[in-house]
Design a protein. Structure first.
Length: 322
């Protein structure tokens, strides 16, 4: 059993380093007691959660293999694919850490992480890494969906709405900022090591998503032009214009996603801003009902006859004086 993965599934990933520092692995996990965990500095809530999770493992010498097998298990080799990447950051976390005891701060961040994980998984995303108060999310890996860009934007909008409603010791609503970008990356286990389950991505897209997150105002979702193009008219946007971002040689057009649109159908929404057909009269005529085609033909015929008559008679000339 991979200890890091087991802790992550039980919402205890922040204690992985503590357990490793004390030489605690899967073999001795079942021997832990509440006193042991207290000595390690874990707060009461985390101790209870960890002990319950251990109890669910059962009493067999070897942990059951079935929980480790999932239909969406990430590949163990790197691959090239299109990904929509989300960076989510807790606003003001540094100021919070100076006001609260580390255990209280851990509870605040834990509530935020759990909220993120619930909404992201529900939207079909994959939490790739927790980075303190930041969350890195992949849409399109390890399992790809037809509308990953749309799923990411919907998840981002849900986060900026849900996080301020969390009841925490902070005493004031928490806020997040979200950046989303879509593009081609290389993703997978780029470093072969049994001590990590992180699936790194290489390419411009993760850097762009991180820059967009830093650009976003608290409580907003900022997206790249590629994500905007893929989501079409599914959302309302605010054009933020071309923006100079650190590390990018040219300015980057960005948008703020404001909320879902009132489009009646996905077809209408995704093609609302499509380029109109130009010079496709014959093709459009084939798509029209028979009656419409006859009316269009008569209109063209009348226009043609009028043009010919005008050309043959010419324009009346003024009479010359005697």
């Amino acid at each position: 059993m991979n200890l890091d993965g087991w802790l992550r599934r039980n919402g205890l990933e922040q204690y992985a380093q503590t357990l490793r520092d004390n030489a605690i692995d899967a073999d001795v996990l079942r021997d832990l007691t509440d006193d042991n965990l207290r000595e390690l500095g874990l707060p009461l809530g985390a101790r209870l959660k960890l002990l319950r999770a251990v109890a669910r493992l059962g009493t067999s010498e070897q942990p059951p293999a079935s929980p480790e097998i999932t239909p969406t298990a990430p590949r163990t080799d790197a691959e090239r694919r299109q990904l929509t990447i989300m960076f989510c950051d807790l606003v003001g976390s540094t100021a919070l850490s100076t006001r609260f005891d580390p255990e209280d701060m851990q509870e605040i961040v834990g509530a935020y992480h759990r909220c993120c994980a619930d909404l992201i998984v529900k939207a079909g995303g994959f939490v790739a890494r927790y980075m303190g108060d930041g969350v890195l999310v992949y849409f399109g890996y390890p399992q790809a969906h037809e509308h990953d860009a749309e799923r990411a934007v919907r998840a981002g909008l849900a986060l900026v709405e849900a996080v301020p409603k969390l009841k925490t010791a902070a005493g004031a609503p928490l806020q997040v900022r979200v950046g989303i970008a879509t593009g081609i990356v290389v993703v997978g286990d780029l470093i072969e090591a049994e001590t990590t389950q992180e699936h790194e991505v290489v390419g411009e897209t993760p850097n762009l998503a991180a820059r967009l997150q830093a650009l976003a105002e608290p409580g907003t979702v900022v997206i790249s032009s590629s994500t905007h193009r893929l989501t079409g008219g599914l959302f309302h946007y605010r054009d933020l214009g071309p923006v100079a971002l650190k590390g990018f040689a040219e300015t980057v057009p960005v948008w703020q996603a404001l909320g879902a649109s009132a489009a009646e159908s996905r077809f209408e929404a995704l093609r609302a801003s499509a380029t109109p057909l130009v010079g496709r009269g014959e093709e459009i005529n084939l798509l029209l009902p028979a009656g419409s085609r006859r009316r269009a033909a008569r209109a063209r015929s009348s226009c043609s006859r009028a043009s010919q008559a005008s050309a043959s008679h010419g324009s009346p000339r003024p009479s010359s004086s005697a």
